[in-house]
Design a protein. Structure first.
Length: 332
């Protein structure tokens, strides 16, 4: 559905996107990740036609976003982090305006608007002014605009930012529903959210693509060691004695909790699974395990490992200022 080829974007002497290449296939939810200043937002703005590239190309269903913008944009629905809402309009008026801008035939507009409203569950508020809606319903109005016309690709930039837990759950459910008929690209700083809803993850660091795989594969392939945590009534010295001859253990950490029980974290050697051995060792010593659970490399660990040296460019105290420069440069 989307092919990014040798994409480069420069702002003066700063290289924001550095020869980026990747493909987006249909029928998946993609997580698009990168620390502040890594080029993620710039890349998304180029993909949606809001910015031009210095070099390279972006093909949307075979159409170059720069050379054939109208044809390419027919395949894209976009929800920016700050939804482009006209707050003095009602929801219905706003969607009618968006439908006209998208070139949806007049005879089909009412039906498509109603369908989009029902999909994002905002039909009951269609006659209310947008400025009187809650943050969650404003986000839904923006999302209705994105899905209007039912393009094959839906791009969502931080769709749950600022929402309460209930609203976040509802938007996540909606994203999963959209993925049944659309390819969804989701940008988020909430890694647990990306881990939960995305089938495939792209990570950008310093303008380069540093990872592209499923969440499970990234955690498995980039993880150094897995760990087993356990709790027992035995003293730390007894725990270490029991585990002394268990093969596959790299390191043992113990501490006594406030309730007097011992908590232990056991680091496995790479490629080992020691849970059964640990259980049998404690059973053989007739010492009961109160809890035991495996913990492995998380998406947060992977993200930090791949982007630990990334940063906002020198001279920009915060990301807001850098984004402002990006916006100004893109409008020239």
């Amino acid at each position: 559905m989307i092919e990014v080829r040798n994409l480069v974007k420069k702002y003066g002497t700063h290289l924001a996107v550095d020869h980026l290449d990747f493909k987006i296939e249909s029928g998946r939810i993609y997580g698009f990740l990168g620390p502040n200043g890594a080029g993620k937002s710039t890349t998304m703005n180029i993909m949606t036609g809001y910015l031009g590239a210095t070099e390279g190309e972006v093909l949307i269903d075979g159409h170059d976003i720069l050379k054939e913008p109208e044809e390419a944009k027919k395949h894209i629905g976009y929800l920016p982090e700050q939804p482009p809402l006209y707050t003095d309009m009602t929801v219905r008026e706003y969607l009618e305006f968006a439908a006209e801008l998208k070139g949806i035939p007049r005879k089909n507009r009412a039906e498509q608007i109603t369908e989009a409203e029902k999909l994002v569950k905002i039909k009951e508020t269609e006659h209310r002014l947008i400025k009187n809606l809650s943050k969650g319903y404003r986000q839904r109005a923006g999302l209705a605009q994105a899905v209007l016309g039912f393009p094959e690709i839906i791009i969502l930039d931080e769709p749950t930012v600022g929402l309460d837990p209930k609203q976040i759950i509802e938007i996540r459910q909606l994203i999963r529903k959209l993925s049944k008929k659309h390819t969804v690209i989701l940008s988020s700083h909430i890694l647990a959210e990306v881990r939960e809803v995305c089938d495939h993850i792209l990570i950008i660091s310093k303008g380069k693509l540093v990872a592209s795989d499923t969440p499970d594969n990234l955690e498995k392939e980039l993880g150094e060691h897995d760990q087993v945590e356990l709790e027992t009534d035995a003293q730390p010295s007894e725990v270490r004695l029991i585990l002394k001859n268990v093969p596959g253990i790299e390191r043992i950490e113990t501490q006594v909790n406030n309730d007097g029980r011992t908590w232990a974290k056991i680091t496995e050697k790479k490629g080992e699974d020691i849970r059964e051995r640990v259980f049998l060792a404690f059973a053989g010593a007739r010492v009961p395990l109160l809890t035991m659970k495996a913990t492995g490399t998380t998406l947060e660990d992977v993200f930090m490992q791949l982007t630990q040296n990334d940063a906002v460019p020198e001279g920009f105290a915060d990301q807001a200022k850098w984004e402002e420069v990006e916006t100004d440069a893109g409008s020239l």
